[in-house]
Design a protein. Structure first.
Length: 165
């Protein structure tokens, strides 16, 4: 930008006062200010337009890079898929004597038992209505061992506890 010191501005102001005159100087100064403001706004608009264009070019380049990467991934996946499909077809078309090595491991009954146990446990602890639990004989409340002993103790073994004994 142009480097204008205060002394240079004072000389320009005195020359404008002499050549333009004191009556027209405020109008000319106002006009110069508005023109200077318009020039600044125009320059800022041009700068923002250039920066937008640069960002747009960067986005276009990034879009092309992403498109090429996506194409590479698609080609790789399709190639791997076709290779796997070819291997599966070759295994499928082989005689049955050679595929015994690829068969599944022997059946394990402990897995089935553990699954059945979990199902039964869920059936007992799930959100079954209390009226159904009472009707089917399931416990709906759990009581402690001492409370259970007190509740089911025979009448002959019961003593009435006295406070002062």
């Amino acid at each position: 930008m142009i480097d204008i010191a205060f002394s240079k501005l004072a000389i320009i102001g005195v020359a404008a006062l002499v050549f333009i005159g004191p009556e027209k100087l405020p109008k000319v100064a106002r006009m110069a200010g508005t023109l200077f403001g318009r020039a600044q706004r125009y320059i800022n608009e041009v700068k923002s337009e250039v920066s937008r264009e640069m960002e747009l070019d960067e986005l276009r380049k990034m879009h092309q890079d992403i498109q090429s990467a996506a194409g590479d991934v698609e080609r790789t996946i399709s190639r791997n898929l076709s290779e796997t499909e070819g291997e599966l077809r070759s295994v499928w078309d082989e005689p049955s004597g050679q595929t015994e090595a690829l068969s599944s491991p022997p059946f394990d009954s402990s897995i089935v038992k553990s699954k059945d146990f979990r199902k039964k446990k869920l059936a007992h602890t799930s959100a079954v209505p209390s009226w159904y639990k009472r009707q089917s004989g399931q416990r709906s409340r759990v009581i402690s061992g001492a409370a259970r002993m007190a509740k089911y103790r025979p009448a002959s073994a019961r003593k009435s506890p006295s406070f002062f004994q």
